[in-house]
Design a protein around this ligand. Structure first.
Ligand SMILES: [Zn+2]
Ligand SMILES: [Zn+2]
Length: 258
């Protein structure tokens, strides 16, 4: 068992050769993939892929980069699309102040409407946060005060202190191939000490191919390389790390067990 908790199978670089990409993943033991939406125009495609492939599920949401372009995507719209049996999460949503492709207030408003959808549906929110950890923590905390909701911090690259805040809020933390990069010392230290019961692994494919695939388009098969790196880093048997993180995936995205 091995789960890729975050990939973009409908992005260029993967969509043209989807059968091959899925075959690679299955050959390396990947048993579950979560295909993440970033804009409304993708929702039909990610849902269709999840309908066709028994080991692929979908999310619906608007990436913070796209918040400006989707003023009409509100909680009701997200909740409506999330009723589909193969839609198992909300997102990705959050705050990205590194690129600042959308107005920050729009990012915050969109983030809150996604959290409200997660609370209403009980489906986890997939959180993207980059160079915005103070505002992300403040919003996650404040919204948690209005009523609980589950979630994951995807492609975790924030501080060690932010990891503790996320864990305190009951969140899972998903580690990408970035952890295999030589200069990712702080992330490696955090990844080494995260409790196994809150750990997920992802590729964020077609981005962020891990060592030894750097320079190539990422694909879900490479989650096996990140898993091997993490098992070594954490001093855990590889098969145990794979099965525990896959169990975590199905526990968090509980609709995948239906
Ligand atoms: Zn992201
Ligand atoms: Zn992503």
């Amino acid at each position: 068992m091995l789960a890729d908790s975050h990939c973009h199978l409908n992005y260029k670089g993967l969509v043209e050769r989807r059968d091959e990409v899925l075959a690679h993943a299955r050959a390396r033991g990947v048993t579950a993939m979560l295909n993440i939406a970033t804009r409304e125009s993708e929702w039909d495609d990610v849902v269709a892929t999840a309908e066709q492939e028994p080991d692929v599920w979908a999310t619906v949401g608007i990436h913070p980069h796209e918040a400006d372009k989707h003023p009409d995507v509100d909680t009701a719209k997200l909740v409506g699309r999330a009723a589909h049996p193969r839609v198992v999460g909300i997102g990705e949503s959050g705050l990205d102040y590194y690129y600042d492709h959308s107005d920050r207030d729009r990012q915050k408003a969109s983030f809150r409407s996604h959290i409200a959808a997660a609370r209403e549906t009980g489906l986890p929110i997939v959180v993207h946060t980059r160079d915005a950890e103070d505002d992300t923590a403040a919003i996650l905390r404040e919204e948690m005060g209005k009523g609980p909701y589950p979630g994951v911090i995807h492609c975790f690259t924030a501080s060690d202190a932010f990891a503790d805040i996320a864990l305190d809020l009951g969140f899972y933390i998903s580690i990408s191939g970035i952890v295999t990069f030589k200069n990712a010392r702080e992330l490696q230290a955090t990844a080494a000490r995260l409790p196994i019961e809150r750990l997920l692994i992802e590729t964020d494919a077609p981005f962020l191919a891990p060592v030894p695939h750097r320079g190539k388009p990422g694909e879900p098969a490479f989650v096996a390389d990140t898993a091997a790196y993490l098992a070594n880093l954490r001093g855990e048997p590889l098969d145990e790390l794979c099965s525990r993180t896959a169990e975590n995936f199905h526990a968090l995205f509980a609709k995948t067990r239906a």
